[in-house]
Design a protein around this ligand. Structure first.
Ligand code: GDP
Ligand code: CA
Length: 317
């Protein structure tokens, strides 16, 4: 079975770990969000790709959900001693090495997809990890500070400001001119199942879908498309997805997120059992829906979610 997953960082990575357990023989291709990418200290950092790579490769800091296990921050401290920031982005010493290798390879002319493959040769994530695009896409967030409109990099909004101010708009800068990375469209066309993990629908899955050609390829693919709600009990399970949903005019409910994807894209949608009341709503929008436990408390619970998603896809076939 060939499965394609459009993944952000933590939600996507944790789901993938369960999916691998649920479908050990499947050929899984991950299309990763690169709209969160940022240049720091002259280095290219790809937070979502790295979260997937470290999580599946056994190098993730489990409690945090991002960054390396057994991490130290000497380089960051030394940079700060020179007055070189930003200090709000947590880049650890081990993590730095990944970004040095990536930046060096990009500088030598390799596209991001080839660089990602090279990094994965070390981590062996057990999936084919593709960036959504080799072209630079950077999500910016329009905010208002003291009555003045300002655009900040997504990481500045998310990590520095902790989404404490309302987002007026979310703009994946560069997306409209970006091309899907090599392999992305073929994987979608050849997929038996396409899954949207419980990743952020706006700044993770939404950004991937903003790369021209990807949404169209999914709609055109014969495979059933099933998503899992990142919103449980009318709030994100983790993080501030409600803030970016509000910016695109979508309520923070499992049903509203499904409707926003729409029945053209989505064939099936899983909501958590606490949102069982939303099932009828989602089905009224032409999307088949089931209520099942959606908390990724451990790998077994996550594997059960993945099995439910695959079962729903089977029904849709
Ligand atoms: P990010 O790039 O690190 O923000 O990660 P993703 O975009 O892949 O996933 C973020 C989303 O995962 C958030 O909106 C959370 O609500 C969702 N999430 C995290 N843990 C869980 C969980 O256990 N269950 C569900 N259903 N969603 C989760
Ligand atoms: Ca992310």
């Amino acid at each position: 079975m060939r499965i394609v997953v459009l993944a952000g960082g933590i939600g996507g990575a944790r789901f993938l770990r369960g999916l691998k357990q649920a479908a050990p023989d499947a050929e899984i291709t991950v299309v990763g969000n690169t709209g969160d990418d940022i240049h720091l200290f002259g280095l290219k950092v790809c937070p979502d790709l790295d979260t997937v790579m470290y999580t599946l490769g056994g190098g993730i800091n489990e409690e945090q959900g991002w960054g390396r296990t057994d991490e130290s921050f000497t380089v960051k401290e030394e940079l700060a001693a020179y007055g070189v920031g930003p200090e709000w982005f947590g880049l650890g010493d081990r993590d730095f090495a990944t970004h040095v290798v990536r930046t060096q390879m990009l500088g030598a002319g390799y596209p991001l997809s080839a660089v990602t493959e090279a990094l994965c040769a070390r981590w062996q994530p057990g999936v084919r990890l593709l960036p959504m695009s080799d072209d630079r896409v950077e999500t910016h967030v329009a905010i208002e500070v003291d009555g003045e409109q300002r655009a900040v990099h997504f990481q500045e909004y998310w990590v520095k400001l902790r989404a404490s101010v309302d987002a007026k708009a979310i703009v994946p800068v560069g997306a409209e001119a970006a091309k899907p990375a090599p392999g992305v469209l073929d994987a979608i066309a050849e997929a038996d199942v396409i899954l949207f993990p419980p990743s952020n629908p706006v700044v993770s899955v939404g950004t991937i879908l903003a790369v021209p050609g990807i949404r169209e390829a999914i709609v055109a693919a014969g495979a059933p498309v099933v998503g899992l709600s990142p919103i449980v009990g009318d709030a994100p399970v983790r993080g501030m997805a409600d803030k970016v949903l509000a910016a695109v005019g979508v309520e923070s409910t499992a049903a509203a997120v499904a409707r926003n994807y729409g029945s053209e894209l989505l064939g099936g949608w899983l909501v958590d059992t606490v949102d069982a009341g939303a099932v009828a709503d989602v089905e009224a929008a032409g999307i088949r829906c089931r209520a099942v436990p959606l908390m990724m408390t451990d790998v077994d619970a996550t594997a059960a979610m993945a099995r439910e998603a695959l079962a729903l896809a089977e029904e849709l076939r």
